[in-house]
Design a protein around this ligand. Sequence first.
Ligand code: 5RP
Length: 265
Amino acid sequence: MATAAQEQAALVEKSKRLAAYQAVKDYLLPEYTRIGIGSGSTVVYVVEAIAALGPAVTSNMSFYPTGSQSEELIEAAGLRLQYISKLPAGQQLDVAFDGADEVDDDLNLIKGGGACLWQEKIVATSAKRFVCVADFRKLSARLGTTWKKGIPIEVLPMAAPRVLDELVRMGSQNPRIRPGLPGKAGAIVTDNGMWIIDAPFAPLRLPKDVDSANHTDTGSDGVWTVDALADRLIKIPGVAEIGLFYGKNGLEVASGAQKPVAAYF
Ligand code: 5RP
């Protein structure tokens, strides 16, 4: 008989798969030719759902990865691989699909649990529409509520100690350099030759939390809004990119009990 943990794991996989198939059904239009593919375990199902459409739908499509994992996924599925560096200036992807570590009420995201956030943000912001595919565990009212490991921040290795100092000054509780994968000594090294710092902050406010005199978006009481924190983090010397994806453009959400799909951009 399955244990409670096994049942929960099976439910999570079912939810990821449902979300992925639903997202592809709703947001991959047959006339699209340029599609971004993100990273992580949920995206595996996105690629599976796309491949299941068959060459009649996918033969005119090119797929743009966000790192080595999604590059391998695209190739293994027999889909056409193309690189964002080859997308001419002035042109965009039709859509990009990716996962997330946490999604808040305003569809801001924490991303970077898989250390791919820099290329993920480049691909997401190169697309006319970004579709975040997330299982039921990922939705929470405020970022930092369920994803306790911290906001992933991609940094130049030589700057890591200075960035850690600044994060502590900003109120991060115990920011840490992410270790290498099991069996690999030292820090994790991203596809871009950088390190990742995970910086926990108290759950982040949204603009709707900031209208009373008790609240501030400046962090002076130790609680940041998403926008203010993102603006400040990206300015720290040595920070290449941050795993806060935020924006208010054309927000959409389609969610069911087991298949939340969040879309923005
Ligand atoms: C990788 C990411 C992933 O999208 C995020 O970690 C979600 O992964 P999963 O689908 O495995 O839960 O941002 O950098």
